[in-house]
Design a protein around this ligand. Sequence first.
Ligand SMILES: O=C(O)C(=O)C[C@]1(C(=O)O)C=C[C@@H](O)C=C1
Length: 273
Amino acid sequence: MNVVTLGPAGTYSHRAARAVADDVAFRESVTAIVESVSSGEFDRGVVPIENSIEGSVTESLDALADEEVAVVEEIVTPIRHALLAQAEDFDVVASHSQALAQCRTYLEREYPDVDQEAVASTARGVERARSDASVAGIGHPDNAEPIDGEGTTLRVLAEDIQDRSSNATRFLVIAPATERSRAGGKTTLIVYPDANYPGLLLEMLEAFADRDVNLSRVESRPSGNRLGDYLFHFDIEAGLYEPRTQAALETLEGIAENGWVRVLGSYDTTHVV
Ligand SMILES: O=C(O)C(=O)C[C@]1(C(=O)O)C=C[C@@H](O)C=C1
């Protein structure tokens, strides 16, 4: 199975992807990962979708709406950030925008005068720190040691610097659309109603509530077509094999008769430390 995730090596996405395969390839954006799975270049992709402090990874939501892929597994992993640098003094802290946001309070309190630089991933920020003494990175503490054994070993200046001790990110394992499964305890779907009238959102929610289907996430994203026009991402705690899910889907398809409903599939959850 060839698997792709956000690189370089050492990202949290890489840690999650190791639950799928030992050998993992890397891309520098979530969009590139989703595209490379939908084109059939890779069998599986692992993308971050939601963090307990910062909320949705919007690039992932938009890529899932734009490409034809299936979701075949969910991976939840704790996120414990460390501050890594060559020395105690530095001018810039570089990391993924999600990681910088997850450590906002710590950075404002401890390093109010240090510039923040958003880079493609936490591991990319750590690489910057390894090659430039004026830069610190935020990432998993294991990144202090160079992965290939070559290069500077960084100092772990602080650990557990995220704003809340319970910080976790949910990743989705994606596969080509033909591998969509009906089996599993959760299902992800995206609805574009292409409509706007009082009670539209309520009608969509009632499609689930009336069948006693619990939602674990609902998120609206701009459709990109016009201001105020949205598509809706739903995660539900029910499998596609269940009649109640099929009944809810039928209702949603009626509501979205001028738009579309994309069913990404059913799956189970794996926890990785
Ligand atoms: O930069 C990384 O290490 C990633 O895997 C990306 C990512 C994210 O996009 O949320 C994953 C987990 C953490 O929440 C921080 C960053």
